[in-house]
Design a protein around this ligand. Structure first.
Ligand SMILES: CC(C)(COP(=O)(O)OP(=O)(O)OC[C@H]1O[C@@H](n2cnc3c(N)ncnc32)[C@H](O)[C@@H]1OP(=O)(O)O)[C@@H](O)C(=O)NCCC(=O)NCCS
Length: 158
């Protein structure tokens, strides 16, 4: 089934929260955290991946002029390993490269699949935050990627 990416809206939150609960419990974001993110349209870029059956993935970017941050990314279990996460991340990084010279993210230190995905997109580990994810107490690896030479810098004029 083909998958399209589009901007996340508040109407998507019930589906996103259900996926979030399945993939990240107990360290889940709440509806009000997502609503807050979606309000900041100038600095946020949240996407959902949709197929004929509904939302199968989502991802978010917080981007300031000096630094961007991949805030979340997930793909429903039965669609993992089909390239959807890679597409979501590529879309976030294209947006990040338009806005910021550097992208940072945190990833669970035991999440080898996600770490591999990030390394193949040019991220390198720069540190570790002990017990970053709460309430589980899992450590986070901090990863950083610089905008590739030749990528667009600065916002394009309308
Ligand atoms: C991490 C995650 C977002 C990746 O999304 P995905 O759709 O499964 O990823 P893709 O199919 O695009 O594959 C990503 C990479 O993993 C590789 N991969 C696919 N299946 C794999 C598997 N079973 N084991 C290891 N690597 C695998 C792919 O080859 C691909 O490599 P590439 O980037 O060089 O093409 C997704 O697995 C997920 O939601 N995991 C649970 C939540 C999570 O961990 N989120 C990240 C928090 S930081």
């Amino acid at each position: 089934m083909s998958v399209d990416l589009r901007t996340m809206t508040a109407d998507d939150l019930p589906s996103v929260l259900a996926l979030e609960e399945d993939l990240f419990a107990p360290d889940t974001w709440t509806a009000s955290m997502y609503r807050d993110e979606l309000r900041h349209t100038d600095t946020r870029h949240y996407l959902v991946a949709v197929d004929g059956a509904g939302i199968v993935g989502w991802a978010g970017l917080i981007a300031y002029a000096d630094e961007a941050h991949v805030s979340t990314i997930g793909v429903t279990r039965n669609r993992q390993g089909q390239g959807i996460g890679g597409r979501l991340l590529d879309a976030l990084l294209a947006e990040a490269d338009r806005r910021s010279p550097v992208v940072l993210l945190e990833v669970r230190a035991d999440n080898e699949r996600a770490i591999g995905l990030y390394e193949r997109r040019g991220f390198a580990a720069i540190g570790r935050r002990p017990r970053y994810y709460q309430p589980s107490g899992t450590d986070a690896l901090v990863m950083r990627r610089e905008r590739p030479a030749g990528a667009t810098g600065g916002r394009e004029k309308p």
